[in-house]
Design a protein around this ligand. Structure first.
Ligand SMILES: [Zn+2]
Length: 404
């Protein structure tokens, strides 16, 4: 048997008045996912444990079959894994945004979507200027970078426990109220503070200001943690896998799972992503792997924009351009189980993530239909089964017991 997971990030939602009380999944045209619900098993599962925040990091760990309460150490360590950075026992990875601060406010968490090339120059300048601190900055894509801090006077446990705030939670808010707090936070605050004069004087920023673009005025550290210990799929289930995603942290979970990470040209994480390229890469990967995980970000991004029309378009595209061709392949091949699911709710009403149960559909050899007529929240709740521990869904698909 082979296995294909198709993840529509944040596509679950609540009923909306503007859709006459329907959810975007109900309003969208999704014949392929509906067919999966009819021919297979559909129901609800909880990818976000009740005690954890509803983020893509937690949700995707569950979707890979890992118990977030036992495996989640932070977002940055997963992104570090994606970059091939392995953390020593005494090291803690922080996410380091290059942000635009102004008038005491968090003006722009992305510094005007600064280019990767500009950011790499700034990150190199920070490494040089802050070399007396136990930190190494690693450049990433656009505004998204990493800071690896080595424990010394402050233990790795304390560094991991510092209370840091994601910049996307405080748009246009006074940032001083949200600087890192707790034991050991002096060091992290010093890094943030000391980054500012380095960036202020830098020619890259002078050029951005001259061109009317937002300058990167500060490093902002958050999302930290020590190395996660995830058993690979080979060790855990005796199978091999591949992951296809435009999102670093999803690829990072794949690295920790021992997967081949397939980078598809033109995979953007938005509506203009290379859907066809992702499908052909996924079906090709099924020739050499037992398990393939395809992640599509656009439903989440359009939800954060609060755009119901674009969210429905993202779901329509996901169904027609990802699910339909994969399902057709699975029918032809005859030995492929296919699972579709989101990793959490991203609510149009609040433009942010929410916990709670979300619908899945699973079909393929050995999966008994349970009477659902369509793939959506309402049908899954009324007729479907429930996995309260969402991380048990993928092991169920694999026909494997879950010990933890
Ligand atoms: Zn997500």
């Amino acid at each position: 048997m082979r296995y294909l997971v198709l993840l529509g990030d944040g596509m679950a939602d609540f009923p909306l008045a503007e859709l006459d009380g329907r959810t975007p999944l109900e309003a969208a045209f999704t014949p392929a996912m509906d067919e999966m619900a009819k021919r297979g098993m559909s129901g609800l599962f909880c990818p976000i444990p009740a005690n954890l925040p509803p983020g893509s990091d937690i949700g995707n760990l569950s979707m890979f079959g890992y118990n977030p309460n036992e495996t989640f150490t932070g977002r940055a360590p997963l992104e570090a894994a994606n970059q091939g950075i392995s953390l020593a026992d005494d090291q803690v990875a922080f996410r380091c945004n290059l942000v635009s601060l102004g008038d005491g406010l968090m003006r722009d968490l992305s510094s005007g979507h600064i280019t990767t090339e500009e950011a790499a120059v700034l990150i190199a300048a920070l490494n040089e200027a802050l070399s007396k601190y136990p930190v190494k900055f690693h450049p990433g894509v656009s505004y998204r970078h990493l800071a690896i801090v080595t424990a010394g006077a402050i233990s790795a446990e304390d560094l991991a426990r510092i209370d840091c705030t994601p910049p996307h939670n405080i748009p246009d808010k006074p940032y001083a109220d949200y600087l890192p707090q707790g034991a050991g936070s002096d060091l992290i605050n010093a890094l943030i503070r000391q980054s500012q004069p380095v960036l202020e004087k830098h020619p890259v920023n002078a050029a951005r200001i001259a061109n009317g673009k937002a300058p990167a005025t500060s490093a902002w550290l958050w999302g930290q943690g020590r190395a996660p210990s995830l058993a690979t799929y080979r060790d855990r289930f005796g199978i091999s896998g591949a992951v296809i995603s435009a999102v670093d942290l999803v690829n990072g979970i794949g690295v920790c799972a021992g997967f081949e990470v397939i980078r598809v040209p033109g995979a953007t994480g938005y509506l203009d992503t290379n859907y066809e390229g992702k499908v052909s890469a996924a079906l090709d990967a099924l020739n050499r792997h037992d398990f393939v995980f395809v992640h599509v970000e656009a439903p989440d991004e359009t939800s954060h924009q609060g755009r119901t029309d674009l969210k429905i378009q993202a779901i329509n595209d996901f169904d027609r351009r990802i699910v339909a061709p994969c399902l057709e392949y699975a029918h032809r091949a005859g030995d492929v189980r296919v699972l579709v699911a989101p990793d959490h709710i991203t609510a149009i009403s609040t433009r942010t993530h929410a916990g709670g149960p979300v619908p899945f559909a699973l079909c393929g050899p050995g999966i008994t239909p349970n009477g659902c007529r369509a793939y959506n929240e309402r049908e899954a709740a009324a007729k479907g089964v429930l996995f309260p521990d969402g991380y048990r869904l993928v092991p169920f698909m694999l026909g494997q017991p879950v010990s933890n």
